[in-house]
Design a protein around this ligand. Sequence first.
Ligand SMILES: C[S@@+](CC[C@H](N)C(=O)[O-])C[C@H]1O[C@@H](n2cnc3c(N)ncnc32)[C@H](O)[C@@H]1O
Length: 227
Amino acid sequence: MPTTQHAPLPLGHKILREVARPVRQLTGQRNKGVKAPTPTANAAVPPAAAPAAQGIMSFHPTDCTVEPEGVALVKELVRQSQQFDGPIIEVGTLLGITATHMALAKAPEQRIIAVDAFCWNPWGLTPDVHAALATQVLQYLISVGEVQLIRGDKNKFYEDYKGPAPAMVFLDAMHDYEETKKDIEWAQRIGAKIISGHDYCDKFPGVMQIVDECGGPRRLSGSVWAL
Ligand SMILES: C[S@@+](CC[C@H](N)C(=O)[O-])C[C@H]1O[C@@H](n2cnc3c(N)ncnc32)[C@H](O)[C@@H]1O
């Protein structure tokens, strides 16, 4: 994930306002007739996220997702997956940007299951704000049934999953050796036809190690890998 620094922009204020909106709605302030706080930077950021305001002021859309050459491979893999039955499963969704790219490349009858515990984001958003924002980003695709967004820990999802073998999995949640090993082993156990993921790069040696132990990347573009 790129960590480029950007000068503070007015865009940051808009993002703070939009990010805070679902929290104000969730807490029912409007329904109870309580005037919502003026969306200044301080009022808009929930207390737990306030120290991270500096982080969101440097928000840039390219920080939200996979690099362009990686996206090209993701879309190619999704097109290949059209020949197989079963869903496409993305583990680690963040805001749903890669899920949206996948939706653009998939066959109409394919479904995407996007799993996220909303336990990490680079902007210090609270889990509820993060979940609400991802739900808004994916709202159209969720509404028309193209994407199912599941909020929960990936390992619990693996335990509970009773669906058909996925046509493709895209693994992009935790990037250490042990967790990526669990991801790949689950995907192999349930018979995923295409097993891929993000962050095969020096910054994440654990991902490189387990992917190499599994035979190395059959495909690699940017840091998107496929076994
Ligand atoms: C690098 S981001 C995913 C980016 C996304 N795939 C994209 O390209 O747009 C990692 C995501 O994994 C989620 N995550 C981390 N650990 C998780 C876990 N144990 N279970 C489910 N989601 C997890 C984080 O909340 C975060 O949203």
